[in-house]
Design a protein around this ligand. Structure first.
Ligand code: PMP
Length: 421
């Protein structure tokens, strides 16, 4: 990883002071046994575990506050509404958006991308226009754009990556034409681990008047995300991948852009008045939040973000980077193991294949040793097609993982090799 000497110094200091045992104690699930073995949870790319404070928020909310938001004058409804809107402010602050009007709660990153693909598409994409995605996108950041292109008669263009898993940015300028309306790109690849230079991509797209949606499902938990400094038009993520609950997600969108888009779904809360002749839509952010919101999910997400901040976002990322380097080095020692995704800048995600052994078999045997990894295509079939493989074994590490657990993974992989002769 190309770190400057200053950041190396900073990283060494913060890693040395990172108290992983204390952090692990905050996550009740991590102390359990699986098949009589201590759980080694390496499936953080799919979902992260939840600290006790997040679980407490959910319990406390249902026990003491629960009432539907925005519609009641009674005390519980007012408290519930305050907690929901306070959560919006916590998210705003966490990603440094300018206004809470720019923070829309959804059910997750997938819903967030569908919202933008639909609403942006309705407002700005017409027949003959072009939309760009990259070859390393999760299906969630491909299919909604394909659906939009089919609906409008637009063309989907795919920016390729090279065999290290780095986007071929020298092609970007030739890909962007006067017909390009939006570019949708992931911050961090969930199968390759690549951290894309999104600030540079955004600046280059903007130079041609092209808007950018960043899929932050993995990127939101890799270092500090500052949407204002990035100048992202849209940045989306899910709560459950950043130590929060399932069923809650976020669209960040620039206020002037969101104002220019039509609503995505119709229903309660997104309206200001309704009659059979004419409905007037609510203002931001409510215009995009039809129906009963997941207000408890939002409050628990806010707790998760505060928890992550209290751990130290940069310290956690530095620690994960050190774990990544250690795991990469150790796995590379295994004969017949090939790491898929060797970008210079990587988040703590390692995909690999073993000569002659199906990823599924590897995953099943590791599971019996208490080691949870993900196997398959990771919802990135085009990435697998690029490498001509059917799938990988993926270990995605979080700040509560340890080198000792990495050693267990390596021992497990060696055992798999032994079993398959
Ligand atoms: N994009 C990326 C890069 C992801 O890793 C994921 C989840 N695996 C998603 C989008 C979709 O997130 P969700 O399933 O939480 O909507």
């Amino acid at each position: 990883m190309a770190l400057s000497s200053n950041s190396e110094q900073h990283s060494t200091n913060s890693v040395a002071s990172f108290n992983v045992n204390q952090i692990r104690a905050s996550f009740p699930i991590l102390s359990q046994q699986v098949y009589g073995k201590p759980l080694v949870y390496f499936d953080n790319g799919a979902t992260t575990q939840k600290p006790k404070v997040v679980l407490n928020t959910i319990e406390h909310f249902y026990n003491g506050i629960n009432a539907n938001i925005h519609r009641g004058v009674h005390k519980l409804s007012e408290e519930s509404t305050s907690a929901y809107e306070a959560a919006r402010e916590t998210v705003r602050e966490f990603i440094n958006a300018r206004s809470t009007k720019e923070i829309i709660f959804t059910s997750g990153a997938t819903a967030s991308i569908n919202l933008v693909a639909f609403a942006f598409g309705e407002a700005f994409v017409k027949a003959g226009d072009e939309v760009i995605v990259s070859e390393m996108e999760h299906h969630s950041n491909i299919v909604p754009w394909q659906m939009l292109c089919e609906r409008k008669g637009a063309t989907l263009k795919v920016l390729p990556f090279d065999d290290n898993g780095e986007l071929i940015l020298s092609k970007l300028d030739e890909f962007i034409t006067s017909k390009t309306r939006i570019l949708a790109v992931t911050h961090v690849s969930n199968s390759l681990g690549t951290v894309n230079p999104i600030k540079e991509i955004i600046a280059r797209a903007h130079a041609s008047g092209v808007k950018v949606l960043v899929d932050g499902a993995q990127g939101i938990k890799h270092g500090v995300v500052d949407v204002t400094s990035l100048d992202a038009d849209f940045y989306v993520f899910s709560g459950h991948k950043i130590y929060g609950p399932t069923g809650i997600g976020v669209v960040y969108g620039k206020e002037e852009l969101l104002n220019a888009l039509p609503p995505w779904q119709g229903g309660g809360d997104m309206i200001s008045t309704v009659s059979f002749e004419k409905t007037v839509y609510n203002e931001l952010p409510f215009k995009f939040e039809a129906g009963t919101a997941n207000y408890i999910g939002a409050a628990a997400l806010a707790t998760a973000l505060k928890f992550y901040k209290s751990v130290g976002i940069q310290a956690a990322t530095d620690y994960e980077t050190e774990l990544l380097h250690y795991a990469t080095k150790r796995l590379q020692e295994v004969e017949g193991l090939r790491i898929i995704g060797n970008a210079v800048h990587k988040a703590s995600i390692i995909s690999f294949v073993l000569d002659g052994i199906h990823p599924y078999d590897t995953g099943m045997i590791l599971d019996k040793m208490g080691i949870a990894v993900r196997t398959g295509t990771h919802c990135t079939e085009p990435v697998m097609a690029h490498f001509g493989i059917t799938g990988t074994v993926r270990a995605s590490l979080a700040f509560y993982n340890t080198k000792d657990e990495v050693d267990k993974l390596v021992d497990g992989v060696l055992r798999v090799k032994q079993m398959f002769g």
